[in-house]
Design a protein around this ligand. Structure first.
Ligand SMILES: NC(=O)c1ccc[n+]([C@@H]2O[C@H](COP(=O)([O-])OP(=O)(O)OC[C@H]3O[C@@H](n4cnc5c(N)ncnc54)[C@H](O)[C@@H]3O)[C@@H](O)[C@H]2O)c1
Length: 240
C-alpha cells in the first residue's frame, strides 16, 4: 500500500501505460481519477473513476480538477501521461497541422495540467507530479520531429517546475519509457517497432506495468528526496 490515502489524477488512463499506472496506483491504495477523451473499456476497479478530460483544453482541465478537489478535497499526485506520436516525418516534411496536433497534446497538455493542479498542491502543502516523456525526449532519432520536440520540452518543463515549486513541497519528475507494448505501438508500422526493439539492449518491449512501477516510485513518499530527475525505464536503451 505504497500510495495509501492518496488522490491521484492520471491523464490518458483509458488504455496503455496510463491504464497500467491507474490500476497499479489503485492496488497500492490510491483513489485514482482517470482523465481521458476516451472512456476506459473493461474492468476499471472500484477505486478508479473516469472523468472526461481533453488535455488540450484549459477549461476542460479546470472542470476536471475542480470536480476532483470538490469530491476529495485534494490532489496528491498528477500523472501527465496522455500523449501521441502522431506523425513520423522530419522537420521539412511534417505538416503544420500534425506539428500543432502533437505539440498540443504532449507539450501544451502537460503545461496546462501543471498550471491547473499546482495551485491546489501549493494550497495543500505539497504533491508529486510525474510527467511522462519518452526515450525520444532524451536521445535523438531521425523523423518524428514533433514527438521529439514535445517530449524534450516535457523533460525540461519538469526540471523548471521542480525548481520553481520545491519550496512548496511539490516534487516534479519525468519518466522516460522505452518501447512498451501498448495500443499506441500496436497501431504503428511493425518495422519501426522491430527496429527499436533490436536497438534495445534487453531486446524486448516493456509490459505497461513495468513502466507503471517507475511512476509508482516517483509518485510515492519513497521518492521524498527526489525531484527534477529524468527516470528512464527503457530496457537499457539510453545506457550506451
Ligand atoms: N508505448 C510506448 O512505447 C511509449 C514509449 C515512450 C513514451 N510513451 C508515452 O507514454 C504515454 C502513454 O503512451 P501509450 O503507449 O500508453 O499510448 P496509447 O495511445 O496506448 O494511450 C494514450 C491514451 O491517451 C489518451 N489521450 C490522447 N489524447 C488525449 C487528450 N487530448 N486528452 C486526454 N487523453 C488523451 C488516449 O485516449 C489513450 O487512452 C504517452 O505520453 C507516450 O508518448 C509511450
Amino acid at each position: 500500500m505504497r500510495l495509501q490515502g492518496k488522490v491521484a489524477l492520471v491523464t490518458g488512463g483509458a488504455r496503455g501505460i496510463g491504464r497500467a499506472i491507474a490500476e497499479l496506483f489503485a492496488e497500492q491504495g490510491a483513489r485514482v481519477i482517470v482523465g481521458d477523451i476516451d472512456a476506459p473499456g473493461g474492468s476499471a476497479s472500484g477505486r478508479i473513476t473516469w472523468r472526461d478530460l481533453d488535455v488540450r483544453d484549459l477549461a476542460s482541465w479546470q472542470a476536471a480538477t475542480d470536480a476532483v478537489v470538490e469530491e476529495h478535497q485534494r490532489i496528491d499526485v498528477l500523472v501527465n501521461n496522455a500523449g501521441l506520436v502522431g506523425a513520423y516525418e522530419p522537420i521539412d516534411e511534417i505538416s503544420l497541422q500534425d506539428w500543432t496536433r502533437v505539440v498540443e497534446v504532449n507539450q501544451t497538455g502537460t503545461f496546462y495540467g501543471m498550471r491547473t493542479v499546482i495551485p491546489h498542491m501549493r494550497a495543500q502543502g505539497g504533491g508529486s507530479i510525474v510527467n511522462v516523456s519518452s526515450i525520444w525526449g532524451m536521445v535523438g532519432c531521425p523523423g518524428v520531429a514533433a514527438y521529439q520536440a514535445s517530449k524534450a520540452a516535457v523533460r525540461m518543463m519538469t526540471k523548471n517546475a521542480a525548481l520553481s515549486y520545491v519550496a512548496d513541497g511539490i516534487r516534479v519528475n519525468s519518466l522516460h519509457p522505452g518501447i512498451a507494448d501498448t495500443p499506441m505501438i500496436a497501431e504503428q508500422d511493425t518495422a519501426i517497432t522491430a527496429e527499436v526493439i533490436a536497438e534495445t539492449p534487453m531486446r524486448r518491449a516493456a509490459a505497461p506495468r513495468e513502466i507503471a512501477y517507475g511512476a509508482l516510485f516517483l509518485a510515492s513518499d519513497e521518492a521524498s528526496y527526489v525531484t527534477g530527475i529524468e527516470l528512464p525505464v527503457d530496457g537499457g536503451y539510453t545506457a550506451p
